[in-house]
Design a protein around this ligand. Sequence first.
Ligand code: SAH
Length: 344
Amino acid sequence: MSFTGLSFDQLAALLGSRTRASAARRWLYRGGAVPSELPARIPGVKPAAWEAVRSAAPLPAWRLARREVAADGTVKYALDLAGATVETVLIPIRGRSTVCVSSQAGCSRACAFCATATLGLLRPLDAGEILLQYAVAAADAPAGSPVRNVVFMGMGEPMDNLDAVLEAVDRLLEAPWPGLSAAHVTVSTSGVLPGMKRFLREGRGHLALSLNATTDAQRRRMIPHNRTWPIAALLGALREDQALHPGRRSFIEYVLWDGVNDTDADVARLVALLEGLDAQVNLIPHNVFPASGLRPPPDDVVRQFQKGLARSGVRSIVRWPRGRDIAAACGQLAGRAESPSAEA
Ligand code: SAH
C-alpha cells in the first residue's frame, strides 16, 4: 500500500485520528512540490503517528524524468514509476487547470491512430500511482489556475485496469483533499464493453466513449477490438444507462481523420447513431505522430463537421490541439522516442 493510494479512512486508522489524516492530506495536496520520499515530519501530525504511515505506506517509487512546457502553457511530465515511464499532462485554461492522467504504462489496446499503442502494455498502474500523477501536476499548476478537472485520457485503456481506476476516482473525490467534484472527473474508453458497463454501474464521474467512426467497418480498421464490441453495443450500453439515470449525459469523443471519417455522410450517420442520447460530442482533429500516416482534416472541414452536427441539434465542441509542440496532445503520449521532432 502506498501513501497516495490510502483511503482517508485507512490514513485516519494509521494516524489514530481524522484530524491528523486531514493534516496529512493537506500537506500532500497543498504543501508544494511532491518529494521523492515522505519527510521525517509534516505539520500537524505527531512524529510517532507519522512514523507509522512512513513505514506502512511510503510514497510510490517515483522520479521526474522530464518536464516540458509548450508554448500554450501545457506541461507534460514524464514520470518514472519504478522503472516504467508514464506521461501526465497539465492543461491550464482560463483560471483553472485540467490534469490528464495515465491509467497504464503503455496500453493494452492496439488503436491504429494512437502513439501509445506502439508501446504495447508495459504494466498497469495502481491507484496510488494515478494519484501521484495528479499530486505532482496539481502542485505545479499556475497560481491563478488551480486544478479542478481530471481526465483519464493519458496513456492506457482505463477499462483494462478498472479496479485501480475506480479506486483512483474515489480517492480524487475524497474530502477535504483532493476533494474534486464527480462532475469534474472523466474517464475515457476506447469501447471495452464489459468495463464500460461496470463503470456505469459502480463508477463515479463521467464516462467518455471514443467512438471515432460512424460505421463498424471504419471503426474496426482503427480500433481492432470493435470486432468484439461493435458500435451498436457500445451506444446501447449508454442508452441503457441513460434510461436508468435520466439527466446523466454521455460524452462522445470523435477523432477526425482527413478523408476517413470527416464527410457529410459521416455527419448524417453520427447524428443518426446519437438519436435519443443526451450526448455531447468532443471533436478531436487527429494529432500526428511519426509513422501513423494519418492526417487531420483541414480546419475548415472540422468547422463544417461541427456546423453539420449543430444543424441537427447535436452539441459538440472542438478540442483544438494543445501542447502539440511537445507531443502532449491526445494520442501523442509515447515517451521520447516517439516525440514528433520531425513533425511537418
Ligand atoms: N484509451 C482511452 C483513453 C486514452 S486516449 C480511450 O481510447 O478513450 C484519449 C483520447 O485521445 C481518445 O478519445 C482517443 O481516441 C484520442 N486519441 C488517440 N490518439 C489520438 C491522436 N493521434 N490524435 C487525436 N486524438 C487521439
